[in-house]
Design a protein around this ligand. Structure first.
Ligand code: MG
Length: 376
């Protein structure tokens, strides 16, 4: 079964295996077939193909393993997704094992988000992307039951969505120039750093465009004095902030840098979930929230609210993901200062229509739930 077929049919595959059914027709059939009042979870691995090899300070890759999730309840389907970049420690096996161990049929009321997320925590620690896939599907389902997108349910104004950055990875000068050309619709560029030619990379970009850049060192800067020198150099070149300049363990050095840097210092690898936000405030000016770290939308919303209450900057990021998880994240975009929601644009085999970037700005679809539709 190909992946789109899975997403359309999954559990119903057994019931309607012989005859292909259009999605809308299947929706009708689903209402009759699964009006059980039980949550029914199904999942399927889906490998994401990257448009360009992804070069970070410490490794390179051309695919990202993922798992697509369906959550059915009373004739409606919520979609979710887990994306597992290797450095986060989850895999297709671990996600499928976690999801396969769940029994969501015990929940007759899908609105018990707190209970359901507490159950996921009780099954096993960590497994953050696996938990996020269930959380996203649950939010999609609940939004569809309520007939509203989550930004409206949260009371957020979509006009407040920031511009998204578009990532320019570490690469040869010619490829960087090509990527900058491809990124011309975007009003902010994100630059991955952490190699010896960091300044050269910025100079190449600056030879092509004056748009603001934000810098992600991915823990690649080893010397705090050099990191400070880079912050000053970047501040003179229209840089907005520096993300995770040094190793996440180097809290004192990062606090030292934060005290002196003309640019805000944003935590990414340093933090994962809600309890980490308060710790991050000791050494960083802001946090980068990602659904695959936070276990999904429920905790991501809480993290954003807490960080703002602590006076911190809030950035919203993503992994390489289909438009499913990226559009789910976009529901939070009106709450944040910076958005880095280009993960779906970096893959060649998206499954969903969802978030759009209009004139550089994050634009959330006016559809219920997380706002996605399967690409047929
Ligand atoms: Mg980062």
């Amino acid at each position: 079964m190909n992946r789109r077929t899975f997403l359309k049919t999954s559990v119903l595959g057994a019931l309607f295996a012989a005859s292909p059914i259009s999605f809308s027709a299947m929706g009708q059939a689903t209402k009759k077939a699964t009006r059980s009042g039980k949550l029914n979870l199904s999942f399927e691995p889906y490998e994401l193909q990257l448009r360009h090899a992804f070069n970070l300070a410490k490794y390179q890759r051309t695919t990202t393993p993922g798992v697509q999730v369906r959550l059915e309840y009373d004739g409606l389907v919520g979609y979710g997704e887990a994306s597992m970049p290797p450095y986060l420690g989850e895999s297709v096996d671990s996600v499928c094992r976690f999801l396969g161990s769940l029994d969501l049929s015990q929940f007759s009321d899908p609105f018990r988000i707190e209970d359901i997320m507490a159950y996921l925590e009780s099954v096993a620690p960590n497994n953050r992307a696996a938990k996020a896939s269930v959380d996203i599907a649950l939010h999609d389902l609940l939004g569809k039951i309520m007939g509203q997108p989550w930004y409206k349910i949260w009371g957020l104004n979509p006009d407040n969505c920031p511009n998204t950055s578009f990532t320019i990875g570490i690469d040869t000068a010619d490829v960087v120039r090509q990527k900058v050309d491809e990124a011309s619709p975007y009003k902010v560029l994100k630059v991955k750093m952490g190699l010896d030619n960091d300044k050269e990379l910025v100079e190449i970009i600056r030879s092509k465009t004056d748009v603001p850049i934000c810098v992600d060192a991915n823990q690649g800067w080893d010397d705090r004095e050099k990191a400070l020198e880079m912050c000053h150099w970047l501040a003179e070149r229209n840089c907005l902030f520096v993300e995770q300049p040094m190793a996440k363990e180097r809290i004192d050095d990062t606090a030292w840098l934060r005290e002196r840097s003309p640019l805000p210092i944003i935590a990414d690898e340093f933090l994962q979930r809600l309890p980490d936000v308060r710790r991050a405030a000791e050494a960083y000016d802001g946090i980068n929230i990602k659904l695959m770290k936070s276990t999904g939308m429920h905790e991501a919303y809480q993290m954003a609210v807490l960080a703002r209450a602590l006076g911190m900057k809030v950035m919203l990021g993503c992994m390489t993901e289909t438009s499913c998880a990226v559009t789910a994240a976009a529901q939070l975009a009106p709450l944040v200062d910076y958005a880095d929601l280009d993960g779906n644009l970096l893959i060649a085999n998206d499954l969903f229509d969802g978030i759009k970037i209009v004139d550089g700005k994050v634009t959330i679809p006016d559809r219920p739930g997380i706002g996605v539709e399967l690409i047929s």
